[in-house]
Design a protein around this ligand. Sequence first.
Ligand SMILES: [Mg+2]
Length: 296
Amino acid sequence: MNRTEFQARLADVRGVMFDIDGCLVLSDGPSGHGGNALPGAREAVDLVRSTGRTMAVFTNGSMQTPAQIGESLRSHGLDVRDDEVLTPAVVAAETMQALYQDRPLLVFGGTGVRDDFERRGLNLVDLDRALAGEPTNAAAVVIGWDTAFGKEKIQAAAEAVLAGAEMYCTSDAPSFASKQRLNVGVSGFIAAGLSHVTGRPYRVLGKPSQEAITVLAHRLQVLPSQMLIIGDDLTLECRMARTAGALGALVTTGTHSAADAAITPQDQQPDLIVDSLDDLVELFTLASEDTTARLG
Ligand SMILES: [Mg+2]
């Protein structure tokens, strides 16, 4: 799709999802911790809001809660509300609630992972008792950003999975972009290990999963086809846009370049590649002028 076609399609977009790391901010750590807002990020967020579209920011990190991420983004001058922040942990809690209602869930991770489960009043297995060897009767095991996942947790999680619990993982991205160096992904590392130990597969709930698309569209209050999904990772945001039938844009301020996009498979091709969010702001502005001209 060329720029003119993309611009024309923007008129149909009712909700916009921004990735955080490498798209809105370049951080020292995950989910906008430290670091700086990237060029055009503030303007892009403001423009989405001022044109009456709904907005969400979606990181694949599950280290921090939406409130912590929202606060960090606002400290960079980005006008984002806490209820507009999505993480795989939010997707996990919403999905587990829909699938398992009040059945026991064995959830691994810190506050960033457990926060949304607790807010929803879901039935979480007592971790101390599980680690002491009590059967959990868990319907599902959810693996998030747990940096203290040692032998006892491997044992408890594996036993629950072998007893029939389904296994889920917040994200299995090997790493994510930051200023200094790549940050390794923790939850995928653990899930892959547990899969090796138990011989059972796991489902990823973060971007670009169908579960993430469903929760995102619900939060944006639009159909998947009315969404614009913007990010710096072909395998995450661009793949998600293709799967959802949404409009997808790659911004080359993070993980992937235009050269990467040129050789990427069809199912993760972006509809447009932009050098920065400044470029996207320009397209949005032109699209709004088009609409105004048509209505006028
Ligand atoms: Mg990113």
